[in-house]
Design a protein around this ligand. Sequence first.
Ligand code: UDP
Length: 373
Amino acid sequence: MEHYDYLIVGAGLYGAVFAQEAGKAGKRVLVIDKRAQIAGNVYTKEVEGIQVHQYGAHIFHTNDRTVWDYVNRFAEFNRFTNAPVANFRGELYSLPFNMYTFNKMWNVVTPEEAAAEIERQRSAAGITEPKNLEEQAIRLVGTDIYEKLIKGYTEKQWGRPCTELPAFIIKRLPVRFTFDNNYFNALYQGIPKDGYTALVENLLGDTELRLNTDYLSDRERWNAMADRVLYTGAVDAYFGYRLGTLEYRSVRFETETLDIPNFQGNAAVNYTDRETPWTRIIEHKWFTFGKDREGRELPKTVISREYSSEWKPGDEPYYPVNDEKNGTLYQSYRALAEKEERVLFGGRLGEYRYYDMDQVIAAALERSRAELG
Ligand code: UDP
């Protein structure tokens, strides 16, 4: 029977970066994945010349020069900058919250006027020490923006009232007193011109790969094949859910190809009211400025409506629910994981973390250094 230095469970970004580094260090590596394709949730597939983000939109952004240089060795990135639009009952607002948003909301013109309006609303709400997402949001942007652009979207996205959600979720979103519509505070940003699947393919290089291969249902056999295992699946599933189930939010996509060139004029439109059942619509062609790889205008368009739902076993897990209850349960699983001598746990599911792609890569590189020297 063949023998490997490392068995990597999961061909997503974390696993692929580790596979790349382990290969470079001269290790024998086998990657397995239960899905029929590589790239985990960054998987993209070409439809009508358009790279469709099959498991939700992924926009690469980072402040970490090392990570940016690293990914650029494996893919050519374009200069896409995320500038979503919020649709609240037909009223359109710029995101993230910036001078365009404040002007549309209150007719204010200067940063000073905008700050004064936010301060007025914050004081009226009497918030000093924010204890939850609602209070944090009102403290940052006042009650009007909270009511129109945050409350409905967040409650749809997380399936919980904003008063029961941790404040840090909203800290991802910048608030700017400038006219900068760039959603991310990142020095580097872009989309791989050939899609994320090609990026992951290049990371994997000639690493041995087996798809449609489930680790957990036959783990003794797989464990016997390698000295060490890097497991990037769900940590609670690894332990047979013996301490309980970690909660996730899941997402369902309704994707359609439309015989028109332009549906919404932007890659992302967030529907921030409570009544619209989807959270956002992604129009994938705008990630590449409406053009194919050769720079030709694309005649059709592909859109995905995104519906957030509670995860139940069997569904695809997307977002870890980082509230106190789940955080505590994860810590107990982590203690178990640390006792598994031959097995490393990594990535969004293995570490139960709301990881951005650049953080996944940084973490996988760090782990590679620690592990491979
Ligand atoms: N959010 C919001 N309104 C928006 C967009 C985001 O209130 O129009 C909040 C919401 O709570 C969300 C969080 O900000 O969960 C983070 O949003 P982000 O777009 O970073 O989430 P992701 O793209 O990872 O789903």
